[in-house]
Design a protein around this ligand. Structure first.
Ligand SMILES: Nc1nc2c(ncn2[C@@H]2O[C@H](COP(=O)(O)OP(=O)(O)O)[C@@H](O)[C@H]2O)c(=O)[nH]1
Ligand SMILES: [Mg+2]
Length: 463
């Protein structure tokens, strides 16, 4: 079995290759066709990330302390800690070998403006969030070497956006979008009926991430006195989850507790059901540990997802470009023909009306040609532009009223890019040549199919 270090190295190699493809191949096209205004990779460049959300006091911070190996986060029964905290590793070792310590702390104010980190989007939530956002570098904690953890303030019932001073749901959404694993904690006292968690589970999380990245956890199960209690709260949570998520099947719920929080370790012996469930804690740990690898899968899905959309835009642009080129030729030729006819008629008219005068035929031809040239100029500068603009507007209208076609996936892609295409067209796009667009579509196709397949193969070979 390869060592952890070789495995980490393999992961790092594949990660770099994927990021290279996103940065150098996909992002430039995505920006050219106005699919995005910021480079696609900016949110994906950072470490694999695990987001922990829950009602207050469900034991998130206690669990984080257990993972990290020391008390880096405040814990307590009341909703005391109302900060978001990002935990990552420090570059330097701890001052005393073998210990774990926080070596650096930063506030959101600084973090949100540092392009090294993926939190620039959070600027839009204002200073209030910035003052509730913390960043800690921890030295000596092995779990943080390859993974970042994000602790969040607990969800509360009575709170409104006004009370918090920032939009909690939107913040959670932004963080979930850049996370590879979202852990949602519950505890036997609060099996999920709180308003903020209702909104989070019903709307925020499904909009921000994929189902397979979300894991539900029933924590603090040591506080159930008997197995029957546990079954009852498990049932309550299942019921509440189905109400909140709108799903009919029961999602996977890991049941665990933090040993470090036990007041009396002998309690474990009085409650044999805890031993039967101890594998669940290991499972949770493994899920967190394998985030580094999942991040690779997520990055490949990221390529597939965006390459499909960017490719579709280049395809739509090609259609528009082709039709416009064809019309341009048609309009130019008809303009030329019309002005030549008009010029000839004027020439003939001059020739005829001055037949008995002194003017020569050459003058009539020259006047005819000059009139034709002038008319053609007027045609090109005024009329042609107006026709082109109204044609362009009709193309925009076509996209606006167009119905998605093809398979369910194709329809989904169409719906997701429709407004981007309209906005680009309204700003005068596509400006690229047909051959460039064709090349770009091909590149997207290569990324989506060949590169993605090759990368997935490479990921399968890690281990
Ligand atoms: N019995 C028991 N208490 C726990 C467990 N996890 C956390 N606690 C306690 O619950 C309280 C809230 O924990 P905390 O980690 O601060 O919750 P957070 O608000 O979700 O971060 C603290 O007093 C912890 O000691 C657990 O698994 N079992
Ligand atoms: Mg906490």
């Amino acid at each position: 079995m390869p060592s952890k270090m070789t495995r980490n190295k393999q992961i790092e190699t594949v990660r770099k290759e994927i990021l290279y493809l996103i940065e150098k191949r996909l992002s430039p096209i995505a920006m050219r066709v106005r699919y995005t205004s910021i480079p696609l990779e900016s949110k994906m460049k950072w470490k694999p990330t695990v987001l922990l959300i829950a009602n207050y006091s469900s034991g998130k911070s206690t669990y984080i302390n257990e993972l990290v190996g020391t008390k880096v986060q405040q814990t307590g029964q009341a909703p005391t800690d109302d900060d978001f905290t990002v935990l990552t590793s420090a570059e330097k070792p701890p001052t005393v070998e073998g210990t774990i310590e926080v070596t650096e702390e930063r506030e959101g104010k600084v973090l949100f403006y540092d392009p090294e980190f993926p939190f620039e989007d959070l600027q839009r939530h204002g200073d209030k969030l910035a003052s509730h956002f913390r960043f800690k570098k921890v030295a000596g904690a092995s779990i943080l070497e390859n993974i970042a953890l994000i602790d969040t303030p607990g969800m509360i019932d009575a709170v409104t956006e006004y009370d918090r001073g920032y939009d909690y749901q939107e913040t959670i959404k932004d963080l979930a979008q850049l996370s590879d694993l979202v852990l949602i904690f519950f505890d036997p006292h609060k099996a999920g009926t709180i308003r903020e968690s209702y909104t989070s589970l019903r709307e925020t999380i499904p909009q921000a991430t994929f189902e397979d990245r979300v894991v539900f956890i029933m924590n603090r199960i040591d506080e159930c006195n008997h197995l029957e209690d546990l079954i009852r709260v498990y049932g309550t949570l299942c019921w509440n989850l189905s109400q909140m998520t709108g799903r009919k099947d029961i999602p996977r719920i890991l049941m665990t507790y933090s040993k470090s929080a036990l007041e009396d370790p002998r309690l474990e012996e009085d409650k044999p059901f805890l031993q039967y469930l101890s594998n669940q804690r290991n499972e949770l740990y493994q899920l967190i540990e394998t985030t580094t690898r999942h991040r690779l899968d997520h990055l490949v899905s990221f390529i597939e997802y965006h390459a499909a959309r960017v490719g579709k835009i280049t395809e739509i642009f090609q259609g528009i470009r082709k039709r416009r080129n064809y019309r341009t030729i048609r309009w130019s030729l008809s303009g030329l023909l019309a002005t030549l006819i008009a010029g000839s008629l004027i020439g003939i008219y001059i020739d005829v009306t001055t037949a008995f005068g002194s003017s020569s035929e050459t003058a009539a031809v020259a006047t005819g040609l000059a009139t034709a040239a002038a008319l053609y100029g007027v045609w090109n500068i005024f009329v042609y532009r107006v026709i082109l603009q109204s044609y362009h507007n009709r193309e925009i209208e076509k996209i606006k009223t167009g119905k998605p076609q093809g398979s369910a996936l194709e329809q989904e892609i169409w719906v997701s890019i429709q407004s981007t295409v309209i906005e680009a067209l309204e700003n005068g796009y596509p400006r690229e040549s047909l051959s460039n667009l064709r090349k770009e579509q091909q590149q997207c196709q290569e990324l989506k199919v060949d590169a993605a397949q090759r990368l997935r193969e490479a990921i399968r070979h890690i281990d």
